[in-house]
Design a binder for this molecule. Structure first.
Ligand SMILES: Cc1cc2nc3c(=O)[nH]c(=O)nc-3n(C[C@H](O)[C@H](O)[C@H](O)COP(=O)(O)OP(=O)(O)OC[C@H]3O[C@@H](n4cnc5c(N)ncnc54)[C@H](O)[C@@H]3O)c2cc1C
Length: 449
């Protein structure tokens, strides 16, 4: 029997992957996307913006049978290369096993592959330049705009994957059952570029995520296959050392020369890019519910946007796609049950990763400068080696152990954080730690995984 077509709003990372997964399950799928077809643009037309992908994202791409096409785009990053203000550098590995790496991937190329595969291999119909204008929560009507004019869609089992600024979600501001709250971070970001050398080689070590941590603000850089790095400045929006102060070339140059002297020689286009590239806002979206009966379900950033500091927004959006497919499998045809079970299974995980992402900003820009930081990291690796089924560093649980839900990583991470603080309180070196006591504490506070 022919299944009822599924309508998805948004052909971003979540919507395009979901369309493939649902088409593989036998659903005819139609996507409505505001932008024009990205395959008509060359990457050169836009900036080269990349994302870090980790095991949850990879698992979802494998689930959708598309990993082989994406794999050639992935650039491994084995650890954080810290660039201190005195010019010294230190590489801190992300994990301790060979496969414990994360990958830099071009957002543009990844989205292109997903869209192309959805359309060509799975006959997903993608209506580009079809934009959601508004949503009438009383009439359950979605007002759309296309090149041919305005029209409306009925809200019947619609999947809303139109990103952090979702018009549909905003229509529920103060309205049950979704009642979203947006918490805007008082920090913003700007993307810049470290170009490749003339021979195409990298100006920095290519298999690392580079960080220039400076307390209240930081620069980070992720490699691209063409030899360049996408560099992002994260800093307060207002106040001392903030975007509001960097209003002229002179101010930008003074600021970079003072705080990021080691990065300045790598940035020949700093002033042009600083002026030309937009300053982006960052925030967390928390909703009371993600669905309105069986009318619509929010997924990905539309449901639970998070700050980017744990590099999990896309990874979690991909995980959403797998989770939705699993609940469909057990409740085929019953969209209310599907939406309810999806929310039940993912909600606590969203809350957990949103908190961990906020925490990680402080760790990346400031925590890594704490003299005890390196010792705690060393100790957490040592405890993982001694008791691998009880103690796994929180970062590793989130990035490399996709079978451990975020909610569990968060809860165990809180216990582990206290343990590490206690054990390193009177120690400056690993040899000064009493491992008999440490192992007893771990065994008493953490259940086996
Ligand atoms: C600076 C930064 C760095 C990040 N780094 C990482 C990282 O390293 N790793 C990671 O996992 N995540 C990262 N993220 C998060 C990641 O980008 C998002 O979580 C991810 O893109 C969410 O996918 P999505 O499909 O839900 O939303 P999006 O990818 O934003 O897609 C939404 C789609 O909906 C379309 N749309 C919007 N409005 C309408 C409308 N009115 N009508 C129709 N269509 C519409 C958009 O054009 C778009 O195609 C980062 C985010 C930022 C801001």
């Amino acid at each position: 029997m022919q299944k009822t077509p599924v309508k998805i709003l948004g052909a971003g990372l979540c919507g395009s992957l979901l369309s493939i997964i649902l088409a593989r399950r036998g659903y005819p799928v139609v996507i409505y996307e505001a932008r024009s077809d990205p395959r008509d643009l060359s990457q050169a037309a836009g900036r080269s913006i990349n994302l870090a992908m980790s095991s949850r994202g990879i698992k979802a791409l494998k689930y959708a049978g598309i990993f082989d096409q994406v794999e050639p785009l992935l650039m491994p990053m084995t650890g954080r290369m810290l660039h201190f203000q005195n010019g010294t550098q230190e590489l801190q590995p992300y994990g301790q096993k060979e496969d414990e790496v994360i990958y830099s991937v071009s957002r543009f190329n990844l989205n292109q592959i997903l869209i192309d595969t959805a359309e060509k291999k799975y006959q997903v119909e993608i209506k580009f330049e079809h934009k959601v204008l508004s949503y009438d929560t009383n009439e359950d009507k979605i007002l759309m705009q296309s090149p041919a004019g305005e029209y409306s869609l009925d809200a019947e089992a619609i999947i809303v994957a139109n990103g952090a600024g979702s018009v549909i979600r905003k229509a529920f501001n103060d309205i049950e059952p979704i009642k979203p709250k947006e918490s805007i971070l008082p920090h913003s970001y700007k993307e810049l570029t470290i170009p490749a050398n003339a021979d195409g080689s990298f100006q920095l070590q290519e298999d690392a995520l580079h960080i220039w941590p400076r307390g209240q603000f930081m620069l980070i850089a992720l490699p691209n296959p063409a030899g360049d790095f996408t560099l992002t400045l994260f800093m307060p929006t207002n106040g001392e050392n903030s975007f509001s102060e960097l209003v002229s070339d002179k101010k930008v140059n003074e600021f970079f020369n003072h705080f990021f002297a080691s990065a300045v020689p790598l940035l020949p286009n700093l002033n042009d890019e600083f002026k030309k590239n937009p300053t982006g806002i960052l925030g967390t979206v928390r909703c009371q519910h993600w669905h309105d009966a069986d009318k619509l379900l929010l997924m990905g950033d539309a449901a639970h946007a998070l700050v980017p500091f744990h590099a999990q927004g896309m990874n979690f959006a991909f995980d959403d796609c797998v989770e939705l497919d699993k609940v469909i499998e057990n409740n085929e045809g019953d969209w209310l049950k599907i939406f309810q079970n999806f929310e039940k299974n993912q909600y606590k995980n969203a809350q957990a990763i949103q908190e961990m992402a906020l925490d990680n900003y402080i760790e990346m820009r400031d925590g890594v400068l704490d003299p005890k930081y390196a010792l705690r990291k060393e100790l957490s690796f040592e405890l993982e080696q001694r008791m691998p089924n009880r103690f796994i560093p929180r970062y590793s649980m989130v990035m490399f152990h996709d079978q451990i839900p975020y909610a569990v990583s968060y809860q165990r991470g809180e216990i582990q954080k206290k343990l590490l603080e206690e054990l390193t309180k009177n120690a400056d070196k690993l040899e000064e730690i009493d491992f008999n006591q440490a192992e007893k504490l771990v065994a008493s506070r953490l259940t086996p995984l």
